[in-house]
Write a new protein. Structure first.
Length: 202
């Protein structure tokens, strides 16, 4: 079972396969791993203790960051994620911590959640994916329906109050240059930066 794996100069944490979205471009549609890792499909969700033990097997001082990003939405296990972040801040205070998220944490938990990240998370990267609610529903296919797009944007704006760096991403093959420019304007209004990322094959 792959709990942690290396991507470039970061160690990624694979906590869950649960996700409220079914994105048309998701890597899960194409295979069971990324960047040459072993399968990221979990036979069960690892405990906090197992995750911390797996992280301790790496010399984390040699890496730039730890990233919560696997084959599911990490904020599905927000309580456990923050317990792992507390462990990292205590044992490896120089290592930056990032969450890659679809930004639907508030809908998952039924309450505002960004404030809980304060002091524990250094970067939040939210998948904006597109520039309109209609396109978002078609591409992301969230189980929460039409409310999802605005909830994702509100979560992002809230994060800027509690997290030092907030980024939103779109995928190059999924958006046109015109949509990307509009997304950049959306990010500017929310207080986030835009990153256009390359589509990744599994």
């Amino acid at each position: 079972m792959t709990i942690t794996y290396q991507v470039k100069n970061g160690i990624y944490v694979n906590m869950t396969n649960r996700c409220p979205c079914s994105c048309t471009f998701c890597l899960r549609n194409n295979g069971d791993s990324v960047y040459g890792s072993d399968s990221l499909w979990l036979e069960r969700e690892p405990s906090v203790e197992e995750i911390c033990r797996s992280l301790s097997e790496w010399n984390l001082t040699e890496y730039e960051e730890v990233v919560f990003c696997g084959y599911g939405e990490p904020t599905e296990r927000l309580d456990d994620l923050l317990r792992v972040a507390e462990f990292l801040k205590r044992e490896y205070p120089s290592v930056r911590i990032r969450i890659n998220t679809n930004g639907l944490s508030d809908l998952i938990w039924g309450e505002p959640t960004a404030r809980r990240l304060e002091g524990l998370i250094d970067t939040v990267s939210v998948s904006l994916n597109t520039d309109s609610p209609e396109e978002y529903l078609a591409v992301v296919r969230p189980k929460f329906g039409a409310q999802s797009y605005e909830a994702m944007k509100k979560f992002t704006a809230d994060c800027t109050k509690y997290v030092p760096e907030v980024v939103m991403t779109v995928v190059d093959k999924v958006t046109t240059p015109q949509q990307q420019e509009h997304c950049r304007e959306i990010c500017g209004r929310l207080g986030a930066k835009l990153r256009v990322r390359a589509y990744e094959e599994a």
